[in-house]
Design a protein around this ligand. Structure first.
Ligand code: SAH
Length: 407
């Protein structure tokens, strides 16, 4: 059926506990189907222990993670397999009451957390946006799209593939973003997405990730709760998720800042979509975060913010740059804590998978200590339930947030 990968003695233990990664150092040898057919990146393989016990099957990847396990039995990775996984993913989202009228965007597949390593699927109304993080998922993209349409066809009509920026460069693939064949040839129009009753334009064609950050839904609702009468700074606003909630929560003014002019433009459009052109309490600036904080410190007439959100991009994409990333978080949080008004509330986040909860908290602690201000932790935040964490794969818990009160 598939080529075989035989592990070194004792290296089957983590797989028996359903950890989905096989590291290259654990492999004793590879048995291709024939001498002519060497195993290629993206191929499906069966993984066996040193004594010949079948442990499961997965996708081959070049790098330190050599196989991403998709199943831990003797079965195949075929259309029926993907349909079954999609059905299970859908059942969980139904349990979470997705989709519903006031919440039509959510994550349908969260990689390892949904037992599909290398695959992310976000849903916006009638469109699913699929992201492959492994060559194996890229190879299987059309059967996955068919599985999505078959299991979720009641509400999903189109599947857009967005993987140009997520697949390894060195794989030498010609990846093209666009609607997958399974969606048919009818003209597609992007729906307006709704999150907790707030509307926004998701932009999966030009935007970052799948077009919107669906992982901040619950944390945004908490910002709304604190917003009444506040002067709000939404730093790294992207398309304005937190700003929209702060406005609905009755903020006195909201300033959104992002280095990307395109993001700032879409942030303005999203504010107009919900609050009309007359949303005079909102301003958006295309500016670098550190420059903006510097300007706050220099300008005596600058606004005093008493609610801040600081949600930067991942500073550490991998373990090697961890130290540098922690310094980045420390510097950024020190700037925020120094500049917030007395009694102010700061929402601060890290979405780097390589940065642990403890590391992040330590970075924020050092930042607070640098400023010499008293700081209390009010909430410890994470990702919502449509981004589940496989208990055997704690690496899947990537979003960390602290809500602080600064005296
Ligand atoms: N809070 C957002 C998501 C933030 S994503 C939401 O809820 O949707 C991170 C954002 O940081 C991106 O939009 C990126 O353009 C922006 N960014 C990256 N580097 C920056 C910098 N140095 N200064 C300001 N913005 C930056």
């Amino acid at each position: 059926m598939y080529a075989k990968i035989i592990l070194k003695p004792g290296k089957e233990e983590s797989l028996k506990r359903f950890h989905p990664w096989v590291f290259s150092g654990a492999i004793a040898r590879t048995e291709p189907l024939s001498k002519k057919n060497a195993v290629q990146e993206g191929d499906k393989v069966q993984v066996l222990s040193s004594t010949g016990q079948i442990l499961g099957a997965g996708h081959v990847q070049i790098g330190s993670i050599a196989v991403r396990m998709l199943r831990f039995d003797q079965g195949a990775i075929d259309a029926a397999f993907y349909e079954d996984r999609m059905e299970k993913a859908l059942q969980l989202r139904k349990e979470l009451r997705f989709p519903r009228k006031d919440n039509n965007c959510f994550r349908l597949v969260h990689g390892e957390g949904d037992f599909l390593p290398g695959l992310v699927v976000d849903v916006y109304g009638n469109t699913a946006v699929m992201q492959a993080h492994s060559v194996g998922m890229h190879v299987d993209r059309e059967i996955i799209a068919q599985a999505i349409l078959k299991t979720c066809g009641k509400f999903i009509k189109n599947v857009y593939y967005k993987s140009e920026s997520t697949l390894p460069f060195n794989a030498g693939l010609e990846v093209k973003d666009g609607y997958l064949e399974a969606s048919g040839t009818t003209t597609k129009t992007a729906p307006v997405a709704v999150e907790n009753g707030i509307e926004f334009y998701p932009d999966w064609v030009q935007g970052q990730k799948t077009g919107f950050f669906v992982d901040q839904r619950e944390n945004r609702a908490l910002v709304e709760h604190y917003a009444k009468g506040k002067n709000v700074l939404n730093m790294f606003c992207y398309t304005g998720g937190f700003s929209l909630y702060a406005l609905r929560g009755g903020a006195k003014l909201v300033h959104s800042v992002d280095a990307s002019a395109k993001a700032v433009e879409l942030c303005r459009r999203n504010v107009a979509l919900n609050f009309g052109e007359a949303a005079k309490t909102h301003e958006a600036y295309a500016q670098d975060a550190f420059d903006y904080f510097h300007h706050l410190e220099q300008d005596p007439d600058a606004p005093r913010y008493n609610l801040m959100i600081v949600d930067p991009p991942a500073f550490a994409k991998h373990q090697k740059v961890l130290r540098q990333a922690l310094q980045g978080y420390r510097k950024l949080n020190a700037a925020a804590i120094r500049n917030i008004a007395p009694g102010g509330i700061l929402f601060t986040f890290s979405c780097s998978q390589a940065v642990s909860k403890e590391d992040f908290r330590l970075a924020v602690f050092s930042a607070a200590a640098q400023t010499g201000r008293k700081v209390q932790i009010l909430h410890q935040l994470t990702q919502p339930a449509d981004h589940p964490v496989n208990i055997y794969h704690p690496e899947g818990e990537y979003l960390k947030g602290l809500v602080l009160r600064v005296e």
